[in-house]
Write a new protein. Structure first.
Length: 100
């Protein structure tokens, strides 16, 4: 199935702050059916509603991992906590429902 490999963490690259996290897949075959554009749109909308951020969430798959990062205009502990709550409550369930 799928498991959270790296909890959401903030990091800075040049002038941009990102929130980054990873999921790991047990088998690569499941990637054939993974709807990345739909998931990206859903994540962008659900996180955007809660945070007021309209930036697009980026998804990349490599080495049996789904890598997800969200650029944010300004980082704050409050923003990070809200995004972390959204992910813990909704995203894992959504990914499992979409994939299986």
């Amino acid at each position: 199935m799928i498991k959270l490999k790296l909890e959401p963490v903030p990091y800075r690259y040049r002038e941009t702050v990102f929130i980054y996290w990873e999921y790991e897949l047990e088998d690569l075959f499941s990637l054939c059916f993974f709807p990345f554009p739909s998931l990206s749109t859903y994540l962008t909308e659900s996180v955007g509603k809660e945070t007021g951020s309209l930036t697009e969430i980026n998804l990349v798959c490599e080495d049996r991992r789904i890598k997800i990062w969200l650029p944010v205009n300004r980082f704050s502990d409050d923003l990070f906590k809200r995004i972390d709550e959204i992910l813990k409550e909704n995203i894992r369930i959504l990914i499992e429902e979409v994939m299986f």
